[in-house]
Structures are given as structure tokens and as C-alpha cells.
Design a protein around this ligand. Structure first.
Ligand code: SF4
Ligand code: SF4
Length: 474
């Protein structure tokens, strides 16, 4: 099966229960943002801009757990910011799993191996020695790490353990060169790959999470799927980038750039996602085939943003993950008070100009599961897709030239670094360990100065690569 049976059954039961009760609106996935602090400053990220004045604030553990109970979503996606910076992330994961939720930890991957080592230390016994030997042989941990793991853990805190109810969901927007450009830090792609490999050895479920931008080369995305499929990741989430409020204001006001220079319009999205159904056959793409048809421009859907609510330090964010017209104290209060009829695009009619180009998963993926624009055969399509067998790992993935930047000493961010230092960009807030020797020098603090050049750089890099190799990717 593309998605484990127990998890699919849990979500199906939740939908059927609310359909029988005729609940008009209910939550499928809670996007929980315990904090907005991040160690990166990715191009196109609206979070660290919109919440730049509250980056140091965070939700209490109790608030996080109560929010999940309040909206009763069967799945909780812990995002942010970078959730692994949240000081009680282990307790949060344990609490959500204890409530019977399916948990996704949406991470940029930089701190992930640290958490995996912590798990090993917390569960160390001599029987783990073969695993340590394998991790050492694959250079995923050092001898010093192994020694620390053997000493065990004495802080009394829980660790994040592998279970079928948990996924690591790692942000990857392309192969090494592109991804490091987008996250504005060399070495992040490499670290993500090492985290994926280590997590798979330890028996975790791992997914990748990709945003497609205007400059994204879809052939590269296909190669990226091949590469991660060969590493036996358990699934992929993919969604179009969109000119949501905070990013749009930033681009237009501060940078004097048009949003359409960077983000996708609907027509562009349909072009980029033309092969999504074919990808769904070759790779374990999460989501419903109905949503995939929508992305490919084969049908319309109505936005159901209330089904993937966002809860953060300011409350329940309406109408959606992207736009903010208000924060509410409770989920039900948000459902009751937000005017849901004024959002989205319905039958080609734009209800809110800000929704015009939006086709993002947090607005439309649930529409495919909830049958809001039901067409005959949709249920069967969804069942066949999710209960169908999982595509086999892509053998060609090992041949993909994924390490085409930092790993080959390309220093593809050197110009960006220079631009940043010329502007006297503020120093990093978070210093942390990595495996690339340049720890902390590009960590983020919400300052977006370095993002200015990125859209242009990505476009230029793509042009140079296309000229160098004809039509083929590096
Ligand atoms: S990893 Fe990037 S996209 Fe995610 S919160 Fe941090 S800056 Fe934003
Ligand atoms: S269409 Fe829905 S998800 Fe997209 S911006 Fe509008 S309200 Fe948000």
C-alpha cells in the first residue's frame, strides 16, 4: 500500500464519522507551529517574515497538546519554524502519539541526525552494536558519536522513537545545487541525505516535502524523486509555491519585484504539474489522485482550508496556512466566525483576489478526500490509489548526479555570502553543529536580506546549466 493500512483506515474512519454526523466542517490535518524560529532563511518562506516580531516566542507543550485534542485531527504536522529547535519536541511527539495521532515532523533536516543519535543513546544496549557498526561504516556517525551513544542517556527525557504512526518529513526542493540555493546554506542537502539514510537504517518512516517554484525545473524534481526513491523513502509531498500575503508584500514592497517573477500562477502550476499523475504511478506521492488531477489542470476543486487548520503562538490562523485575516482563540470559534464563503476560486470565479493563483495542498488536497466537488468514480480512484501497491524503489536513482554543488566544492553560495556580508547582515542567532565545517555561519535569524538575489541566481544557474549541457540536467 502507498500509505500504511492502519493509518489510511484511521483517516477513513474519521471522514466517515463526520460525514454520517453531517459535520459541515472538520479538521483532517493540524498544522501545528510550536514556534517560528528557524536555523535557515529559505527563499520563499513566508513564516520567518510574517512572524518576524515573535520569533523568540513559542507555544507551551500543554497548548500544543490541547490544540490537537481541540480540533481532533487524526494527523498532526509539526512544522514551524524548525520544530527540532522546540525545546520539548520529544515530549510533544510522545504526547501526540499518546493521543493516537499520526505525526509528521516537518524539518529542514539540519538537526535530525542529532535527534537520531539521541534515540540511539536512549535505547542503547549491546544488541545495538551491529547497527552502530553499520552507521560507522556508512560514515553516518563518528567514533566519538558511537562512544557517546554507548554511555546512554541520563537526562530522563524521552526520545523520538521509530513507529508506524510517525514520519520524518524532510524539506527538499531539488538536487544539491538548487536546494542549497533555495535554503541559502551550503551543505544542507548533503545533511538531509545523510539524515534520510540514517533514519532508514534505524527503521523510521521518512518522507520528502517539496515546493515547486516558478524557477523549478520539473525534470530535476523527477530526478530528485528517483534519487530519494532509491534511498527507499516512504513517500513524497509536493505542492506549488504561491504568492501568499507575507511573501507578496515583501517582494512588492521591499524588493520592488513582481510576485509573478518568483511564484507560480495557476497556468504555470498546471504546466509544472502536468506529469503529476505519471509521477504518482512511479513514486509514492502522497495525496489524493483527485488533487493531482486538479494540479494537472484536469478539473476544478473548491478550497477547504478549514480541513488543514494552522495553530500557532497567536492562535488559530484563518483562513489558511498562507493567508492571515485573523487569529482565533479556538478551532470552533474560527470555524464559526471566519467567512469561508469568501475564499478560493469557485467555478472560475475568484472570490478573493488573493486566492487567484493558489492551488496549494493545504487548501485543496483535503477537497479531494472530502468529495467537495465529487465526480462519479472519485471514491474508487482514491481507494485504488491509496490501497494500491507502493511503487518499487527506482533503481536508476543511484545514477542521479544529486551532489552537484557543495559536495564537489562548487561554493555555489559564495556570491550570496559576499552580498550578505557587504550588507552587514546581522550575526546568526543559533550556532549548531553540522558536518561541513562552516557551522553556524549562515544560520538564520529572520533577516531576509540574502533572499534578494536568490530568485535571480536560481534562474541564472539554470540557464548556465542548460547552456552547458544542452537540454539535460547536470
Ligand atoms: S526551513 Fe526554510 S521554509 Fe522551513 S521554516 Fe525554516 S526558513 Fe522557512
Ligand atoms: S484558496 Fe484557500 S488555501 Fe489558497 S490562499 Fe485562498 S483560502 Fe488560502
Amino acid at each position: 500500500m502507498r500509505f500504511p493500512l492502519a493509518l489510511t483506515a484511521k483517516i477513513a474512519r474519521h471522514i466517515i464519522k463526520h460525514k454520517l454526523r453531517r459535520t459541515p466542517r472538520f479538521a483532517l490535518v493540524l498544522q501545528l507551529e510550536p514556534l517560528h524560529t528557524c536555523n535557515l532563511t529559505c527563499t520563499g518562506c513566508g513564516r520567518i517574515r510574517e512572524y518576524s516580531t515573535s520569533l523568540k516566542d513559542m507555544m507551551t507543550l500543554e497548548d500544543c497538546l490541547t490544540s490537537a485534542q481541540e480540533c481532533e485531527a487524526p494527523m498532526v504536522s509539526i512544522c514551524g519554524g524548525e520544530p527540532l529547535i522546540y525545546p520539548e519536541i520529544e515530549e510533544l511527539v510522545r504526547g501526540l502519539l499518546g493521543q493516537g495521532r499520526i505525526v509528521y515532523i516537518c524539518t529542514n533536516g539540519v538537526f535530525m541526525r542529532r535527534k537520531l543519535k539521541d534515540y540511539l543513546a536512549g535505547s542503547y544496549s549491546r544488541s545495538l552494536e551491529p547497527t552502530l557498526a553499520k552507521l560507522l561504516a556508512e560514515k553516518l556517525i563518528s567514533e566519538k558519536d558511537a562512544e557517546t551513544i554507548r554511555k546512554g542517556k541520563s537526562d530522563g527525557r524521552p526520545t523520538i522513537k521509530p513507529t508506524k504512526w510517525l514520519y520524518w518529513n524532510i524539506h527538499v526542493d531539488g538536487l544539491e545545487n538548487t536546494h542549497d540555493l533555495i535554503v541559502e546554506r551550503e551543505g544542507v542537502f548533503k545533511e538531509c541525505v545523510e539524515a534520510v539514510r540514517m533514519a532508514k537504517i534505524l527503521g523510521y518512516q521518512v518522507a520528502t516535502n517539496t515546493t515547486v517554484y516558478r524557477e523549478t525545473d520539473v525534470r530535476e524534481i523527477e530526478q530528485m524523486f528517483e534519487f530519494f526513491s532509491a534511498l527507499e523513502v516512504d513517500g513524497h509531498t509536493i505542492s506549488p509555491g504561491y504568492d501568499y500575503d507575507a511573501a507578496k508584500r515583501d517582494m512588492a514592497g521591499r524588493l520592488g519585484r513582481k510576485p509573478e517573477d518568483f511564484f507560480l500562477t495557476r497556468a504555470m502550476t498546471r504546466e509544472k504539474f502536468a506529469k503529476i499523475q505519471e509521477w504518482g504511478e512511479r513514486f509514492t506521492i502522497f495525496g489524493t489522485p483527485v488533487y493531482h488531477e486538479f494540479l494537472a489542470g484536469k478539473r476544478e476543486l473548491t478550497c477547504t482550508a478549514w480541513a488543514i487548520p494552522t495553530r500557532n503562538i497567536k492562535g488559530w490562523k484563518a483562513p489558511c496556512y498562507l493567508m492571515t485575516d485573523g487569529h482565533y482563540a479556538g478551532y470552533q470559534e474560527m470555524l464559526d466566525r471566519a467567512d469561508w464563503e469568501k475564499y478560493g476560486v469557485v467555478d472560475g470565479v475568484i472570490r478573493d483576489p488573493r486566492c487567484e493563483n493558489c492551488m496549494v495542498h493545504c487548501g485543496y488536497d483535503p477537497s479531494g478526500a472530502l468529495g467537495t466537488n465529487y465526480q462519479r468514480g472519485d471514491n474508487w480512484k482514491n481507494i485504488k490509489y491509496n490501497f494500491g501497491s507502493r511503487p518499487k524503489p527506482c533503481l536508476n536513482g543511484h545514477k542521479v548526479n544529486a551532489f552537484n554543488g557543495f559536495s564537489i566544492g562548487k561554493e555555489h553560495l559564495s556570491e550570496t555570502k559576499a552580498a550578505s556580508s557587504n550588507r552587514n547582515a546581522p550575526k546568526a542567532m543559533f550556532q549548531h553543529e553540522g558536518n561541513n565545517g562552516n557551522d553556524g555561519d549562515l544560520c538564520g535569524n529572520g533577516d531576509s536580506a540574502r533572499r534578494d538575489e536568490l530568485p535571480v541566481k536560481i534562474r541564472d544557474a539554470n540557464k548556465i546549466r542548460a547552456n552547458q549541457s544542452g537540454a539535460s540536467l547536470p
